[in-house]
Each structure stands twice: as structure tokens, then as C-alpha cells.
Ligand binder design. Structure first.
Ligand code: NAI
Ligand code: MG
Length: 407
């Protein structure tokens, strides 16, 4: 029996194209696992009124490990219109399955590495004061609190009377108190101290384990005095357990500016849910963008790994597929790390680094050309060809490992 069982949730659109590529790489590196398919995504909203069916939740509860591709979600009106007519008016509400999964299994720690591969033509470059350009080595890992904050799901348009009344007890609500029913929308930002402690501790621990120079808490405590205030407070307290690692504090708005000014100065970054979502995409943009952005959603028991990108519907029907599988493959490498297979994970990353560094095989995004069926005629590799190139390098990286071991 294989040691691990991984629930593979390819989801919608290009999720179905990239996830099988990651399995090819896991197989090639000798990961001792079997795979079970889990239904997830828009199809299941339309047919069952639930984008994350209970049977998938049960699979995750049993096997504890998930690889997720991407899902499609659409605005409320469109979503309601696409629901199976037999289910309409029966109280079905669309919830993002990945957000639900994070909450259901308390996958509260989201890790998003944004690490540039030398030779990637998409890497950030900067003008030097004296002329010419330089390419700073970006190596940032964002720790995003994954279950609370503005994504906690506590929200209303036309809030019920009791909520309205409670809000009216706050002096700052006065200007909004007269806004009529449907004209008032409210999303609540919740931060709890235990969850803040977990994300801060996980971030510092990572910095210690992997030798990062600093940890930054990226919030907005000067305005969001209660919620961001608590995040910053907790970060300062947890920092005392890691005296060798300096804690920096930045505001999310200023951080988005500094990120293109001196990105190489930052190591591990902690942020609440929305800010972490934003800042990790922003840093990902410096190291190759969505084709390179991997992530892990980690709880006490269950962990699910996924590329940051979505289902990219405009490319989903292309045959052969053209999108970059590297973000998905890097997510699979994070899964290997999570189960203690760090050498295998390093081999995968080394193979990707070799292919990117060599620069011979590039998907359309790496060439900065429009995606589409014509991209290949311009020299772009398709999805499978990129994986093939990584697999080929995996052999030589593996050989080097063996040679190294023999000496
Ligand atoms: P998206 O990430 O799907 O695509 C945006 C653009 O990024 C694409 O059109 C493509 O140009 C590029 N791109 C994405 N992945 C790529 C890859 N692997 N290789 C090369 N280029 C890539 O975001 P978009 O268009 O905003 O959303 C499409 C759908 O995906 C929506 O329904 C959205 O709700 C959903 N979504 C799902 C996410 C998830 O499953 N975690 C995350 C983000 C969006
Ligand atoms: Mg996002």
C-alpha cells in the first residue's frame, strides 16, 4: 500500500490541465502515493447546488492531503441563473469551495513562496541610478492568515434588524444608520488572538528553519486599530520567542510601493487574509506571475496545496493546453515538503530551475506573448512540453544526486 493517499481536486478550466502534469512529476520523483479524485467546482454548483460536495469533504477528512487545481466562480446573479432549475428557490447559496474548505478544516496557515528563478525573463528588474539595470534576487514567503479577516464570510446586504441595532450602538455608524435596506452592504473583518498567534508563530518558525533575515508584519494598524492592531500586537509578542530574527512592521499600502523599490530586503511576510491575498499576488508578479505562484493551505490535520491562479476559462478549451504548469508543480513540491520528502521537493525545484535557467523551453507567459492557439507557432512550449522538459531535467538532477552520493 502506498504511504500516502492524495485527494486530487482538479476543479474547473485549466485546473484540469495542470493537475495531471503535477502527478507526472510526483510519479517521476518516486513519491509513494496513490490518488483519489475529489469533485469540486462550478459544475457541482450548477448540478447539485454545492461546489464542494460532502463526498469530497469526507475524502479530505480521511486522507488529510489534497492537491487542488482551480475553480471557476461567478458573480451572484450569474451563479443563480446557472443553477439547475429544479434547485432554484430552495435556499441554495454559492460559497467558494476553496474558502469553505479552508474554514471547514481550519486550514488557517497559507504559505505563498515568491522566489525568483534566475534566468526567468519575467523576473523583476530595476534601473540602476548610474544607468543600466539590475535584477534583485527576490526570495519572499508570505504567510497569509487564511480563515478570518475580511474573508470570514460574515456579510450582508440589507443586514437584519438585530445587526443594524448592534451597529447603531457604535458612534461611527451614525452616518450609515439612515441608509435604506438594500442600499447598505456590510462585510465584517474578524481577527482572533489564537489564530493571529498561529500564523505569526508559523511565519517565525519558517524564517528560523530556512534562514530568512527578517519577518515583516504587513497590516494597517494606524487605521484598522482593533483588527490590524491585534495582528501587530501578537506579532511583537511572538517575536520575543525568536530573538535572532528582527520583526519589521509595514502598512499594506506602503508595502505595495516598497515591493518594487527594494523587494530583496524582505524575507517572511505575515498578513491577514485580504492583505495577504493582495501582497502575495503582488510579490508573485515580481517572480513570474501566476504561472509560478504556488501555495499551501495548512491546518493541524489537513493540508491542501494549490497554484494561486484561477481556472483561466479563456484557455481552458485549447487542445493542446498552453498554460504554464510550473505553479501547479511547485505546489506539488510544497506537498512533498509537508510530508517530509524534502529531498524530492528540492529535486523538483532544481529541475524547474534548470529548465528556466536554460531558457530553451518557455510557455507563452514566459515569452510575454499573447496566449492562444498561435502562441506555439511563435515558439512557445505547450503545457505538456514544459512538463516533459522538467521531467528530462529531473533525470539529470537525480543522476547528479546519485553521483554525489557515490562520492
Ligand atoms: P485566472 O488566474 O484564472 O487567470 C488570469 C490570467 O492569468 C489568465 O487569463 C492567464 O492570462 C493568466 N494565467 C493564469 N494561470 C496561468 C498559467 N498557469 N499559465 C499562464 N498564464 C496563466 O484569474 P481570473 O481570470 O481572474 O479568473 C478566472 C476564474 O478563476 C474566475 O471564475 C475566478 O473566480 C477563478 N479563480 C479561482 C481561483 C482559485 O481556484 N483558487 C483563484 C483566482 C480566480
Ligand atoms: Mg487570489
Amino acid at each position: 500500500m502506498p504511504k500516502h493517499t492524495v485527494v486530487t481536486m482538479s476543479g474547473d478550466g485549466i485546473g484540469n490541465q495542470v493537475l495531471p502534469e503535477a502527478i507526472r512529476v510526483l510519479d517521476a520523483v518516486g513519491f509513494d502515493a496513490s490518488y483519489v479524485h475529489g469533485d469540486i467546482g462550478w459544475e457541482f454548483w450548477k448540478t447539485e447546488g454545492n461546489a464542494l460536495p460532502d463526498r469530497t469533504v469526507e475524502l479530505l477528512a480521511r486522507h488529510k492531503l489534497g492537491l487542488f487545481g482551480a475553480i471557476t466562480s461567478k458573480p451572484k446573479k450569474e451563479g443563480d441563473a446557472e443553477l439547475n432549475p429544479a434547485l432554484r428557490g430552495k435556499g441554495y447559496t454559492y460559497y467558494s469551495p476553496i474558502v469553505t474548505m479552508r474554514q471547514l478544516f481550519n486550514l488557517d496557515i497559507c504559505v505563498r513562496p515568491c522566489i525568483g528563478f534566475p534566468g526567468n525573463p519575467l523576473n523583476f528588474i530595476r534601473k540602476k541610478p548610474g544607468g543600466g539595470f539590475e535584477e534583485p534576487q527576490v526570495n519572499v514567503v508570505v504567510f497569509r492568515q487564511n480563515t478570518e479577516g475580511l474573508y470570514c464570510g460574515v456579510e450582508w446586504t440589507n443586514p437584519p434588524q438585530a445587526v443594524h441595532k448592534a451597529l447603531a450602538s457604535h458612534a461611527k455608524f451614525r452616518p450609515f444608520a439612515k441608509v435604506k435596506g438594500e442600499e447598505l452592504a456590510i462585510s465584517v473583518r474578524i481577527i482572533t488572538r489564537p489564530a493571529a498567534e498561529r500564523i505569526c508563530r508559523a511565519a517565525f518558525q519558517w524564517a528560523r528553519n530556512y534562514g530568512y533575515k527578517n519577518v515583516t508584519i504587513c497590516e494597517k494598524p494606524n487605521v484598522l486599530r482593533e483588527t490590524s492592531g491585534m495582528m501587530e500586537d501578537v506579532a511583537k509578542q511572538v517575536a520575543k520567542e525568536f530573538p535572532e530574527i528582527p520583526l519589521w512592521s509595514t502598512n499594506i499600502d506602503a508595502q505595495t510601493m516598497w515591493l518594487t523599490k527594494n523587494p530583496e530586503d524582505f524575507g517572511v511576510i505575515i498578513a491577514s487574509n485580504l492583505f495577504g491575498d493582495v501582497i502575495s499576488d503582488a510579490f508573485a508578479g515580481l517572480v513570474g506571475g501566476l504561472g509560478f505562484a504556488a501555495s499551501g493551505n495548512i491546518g493541524d490535520e489537513v493540508a491542501v496545496f494549490e497554484p494561486t491562479h484561477g481556472s483561466a476559462p479563456k484557455y481552458a478549451e485549447l487542445d493542446p493546453p498552453i498554460v504554464n504548469p510550473i505553479a501547479m508543480i511547485l505546489s506539488a513540491a510544497m506537498l512533498l515538503d509537508h510530508v517530509g520528502q524534502n529531498k524530492k521537493a528540492d529535486r523538483v525545484r532544481a529541475a524547474i530551475a534548470a529548465v528556466v535557467g536554460e531558457g530553451k523551453v518557455r510557455t507563452y507567459d514566459m515569452m510575454r506573448i499573447p496566449g492562444g492557439p498561435k502562441a506555439m507557432a511563435q515558439g512557445a512550449a505547450n503545457t505538456t512540453q514544459m512538463t516533459d522538459a522538467i521531467l528530462a531535467r529531473l533525470q539529470s538532477v537525480g543522476m547528479r544526486d546519485k553521483v554525489g552520493a557515490a562520492h
